[in-house]
Write a protein that binds this ligand. Structure first.
Ligand code: TPP
Ligand code: SF4
Ligand code: MG
Length: 239
């Protein structure tokens, strides 16, 4: 695996603001490598949600906008409509994408907005301290469900839901940071789908949040494996 820093990352060295072991860093590194591989740094436009995803703004040497919580998708599609040649990537957490921002995601897929959305599923509202999210696993203990109750028996399945509602020819996949190269391939296919003008593309990335899960490295990846039993990996729509 290519372990070098992506060329589209800023040259000056800055201390990482992500917690040690955070899965966002792996997702973003894969995205950075895709931007390098496709040589799209100059024409990319990166729209980031409020959530731990916002910590990405210090890394990419790419035109970037910080949006309100849950609003990265409509900002991204608005930019794309005005700048058709741009490669527009909206980055969100599961809270931003599947709770407050869900209607935007649904309409982006219904309207076949030609943007790429990456949603990082770490089962919690990480930035605000680890409260339950739509993706919280059944009986998972979170900051707001300390006894593992009040979680949904059937959490929210983003890619599956979008596969049902999306019009046209979307690309929809779910990867995991447990296999960064497959995740990278899905992100690359999603962005190529956009560049070919085929419409909406979406990649969910299963990820880890050791800080809020209160897990060490071993336990974090054990929980990720549990998530992968609930959230099936693979491509749901597309070539
Ligand atoms: C309109 C609005 N509502 C609530 C918040 C508080 N808030 C900030 S980040 C966040 C949750 C982030 O969770 P998620 O989207 O899953 O991203 P993560 O931090 O887990 O990567 C919330 C609720 C806010 N900033 N703005
Ligand atoms: S709180 Fe969780 S998601 Fe946020 S930076 Fe720390 S490990 Fe990553
Ligand atoms: Mg989250």
């Amino acid at each position: 695996m290519n372990t070098a820093m992506p060329k589209c990352f800023k040259k000056e060295s800055k201390p990482s603001k992500f917690c040690p072991g955070c899965g966002h860093s792996i997702v973003l590194k894969m995205l950075g490598q895709v931007i390098d591989d496709l040589n799209i740094q100059k024409k990319s436009f990166f729209s980031i949600d409020i959530g731990c995803s916002l910590l990405a703004w210090d890394f990419f040497d790419v035109d970037t906008i910080q949006t309100h919580h849950g609003r990265t998708v409509p900002v991204a599609w608005g930019f794309k409509r005005a700048n058709n040649k741009a490669v527009v990537i909206a980055y969100t957490g599961d809270g931003g994408g599947y709770a407050i921002g869900l209607q935007n995601l649904i309409y982006a897929s219904l309207r076949q907005e030609n943007i790429t959305v990456i949603a990082v599923n770490n089962t919690v509202y990480a930035m605000t301290g680890g409260q339950a999210a739509p993706t919280t696993m059944p009986h998972e203990i979170t900051d707001s469900t300390p006894n593992g109750d009040f979680t949904l028996e059937r959490p929210f399945f983003g890619p599956e839901t979008l596969s049902l509602v999306a019009e046209g020819t979307p690309y929809i996949a779910r990867g995991s940071i447990s296999n960064p190269l497959i995740l990278k391939n899905y992100i690359k296919k999603a962005i190529l789908h956009q560049q070919e003008g085929k419409g909406f593309s979406f990649v969910e990335a299963l990820s880890i949040c050791p800080t809020n899960w209160k897990t060490d490295a071993k336990k974090s990846f054990e929980f990720l494996k549990e998530m992968e039993k609930t959230y099936k990996l693979g491509e749901l729509k597309g070539d």
